[in-house]
Design a protein around this ligand. Structure first.
Ligand code: ZN
Length: 294
């Protein structure tokens, strides 16, 4: 926890220098799961994060059952998932919903199915920068698993979808039992540390074009689709760079038929070319997660 905070602060310093729903859950090996009611706080834009973090609580309507796609939960043996299932509830995460505020209590850990959550740090109270993103390959709220009781960053839903969530008490109890959950959570922490560390390297040494390509590929992996919901402005905000830099990068990628862009939708047309244009951070992070998610 302390180490993560140290790395995050280092990233912060570098950047500063430069610039609910009722549903059923289906485990792949199971078929049926539990029901739950969840309220999710909504947030307007990341820019106003420290002034109006939670705008309201809103119940959500019933939805169809969704398969558990989180790769950590999917890797648990059937018996272990059965032990965990009564404590899991599936939640729908709206875009811009705030899961954790800086300094706020962390009461749940989230295992995204198809949602993508950004971990953001404040820069002088004027802007934010993304230091990591978590999708179906990871979990959100890992700090609490390391002993932390509050969040040191803002966690906000960037791409809407669903997640499985677990209360901290249940997490501690379940992870202490025999099974793979503890091991997988430890490796997820390692993946998160890798992301945060690379964010520092990336913002200091890599050009904007390569960073934009890296961000698009990482998002594609977590959304599970080549069609992404993002604007040039939102990408600039996540990377902590000027919009003009992202516009120049995106225009170059479009000219080379790597991506298509229209009205806040980006389609990755040629992932191979885009990967060649990406910085090494993408491969470092991907290899880290792929090493235990297989
Ligand atoms: Zn990089």
């Amino acid at each position: 926890m302390y180490a993560i905070a140290q790395i995050a602060l280092r990233v912060h310093a570098i950047v500063n220098l430069r610039c609910r729903t009722r549903v059923q859950d289906f485990h792949p090996d199971e078929g049926r799961g539990s029901r739950g009611n969840v309220r999710v706080a909504r947030h307007s834009t990341p820019d106003r994060m420290f002034r109006a973090l939670i705008s309201r609580l809103a119940p959500m309507s019933a939805s169809n059952p969704v398969m558990v796609k989180n790769r950590i939960l999917s890797m648990l043996a059937k018996a272990e998932y059965r032990r965990l299932r009564p404590s899991l509830e599936q939640v729908a995460l709206h875009a811009n919903a705030v899961l954790y505020e800086p300094g706020g209590a962390v009461r749940h850990i989230y295992f995204p199915n198809d949602a993508v959550v950004s971990l953001l740090y404040d820069v002088d109270g004027r802007r934010t920068v993304e230091v990591a993103m978590e999708g179906n390959e990871g979990a959100v709220g890992l700090a609490v698993y390391l002993g932390g009781v509050t969040s040191c960053n803002l966690s906000i839903v960037r791409d809407a979808g669903t997640a499985m969530r677990l209360e901290v008490k249940a997490l501690t109890r379940c992870a202490d039992q025999r099974g793979r959950l503890r091991e997988l959570l430890h490796k997820s922490v390692h993946g998160l540390v890798t992301q945060i560390a690379q964010a520092g390297v990336c913002s200091r040494f890599h050009c904007i074009d390569a960073r934009v390509a890296r961000w698009l590929l990482m998002t594609q992996d977590r959304v599970g689709s080549r069609e992404l919901s993002a604007t040039q402005e939102s990408i600039a905000r996540m990377l902590g760079v000027r919009r003009s830099g992202v516009t120049a990068a995106a225009s170059g990628f479009q000219r080379q038929s790597m991506i298509g862009y229209r009205r806040g939708r980006i389609e990755i047309l040629d992932p191979r070319k885009l990967r060649a244009a990406s910085c090494s951070c993408y491969g470092v992070i991907k290899r880290q997660y792929d090493s235990f998610l297989k």
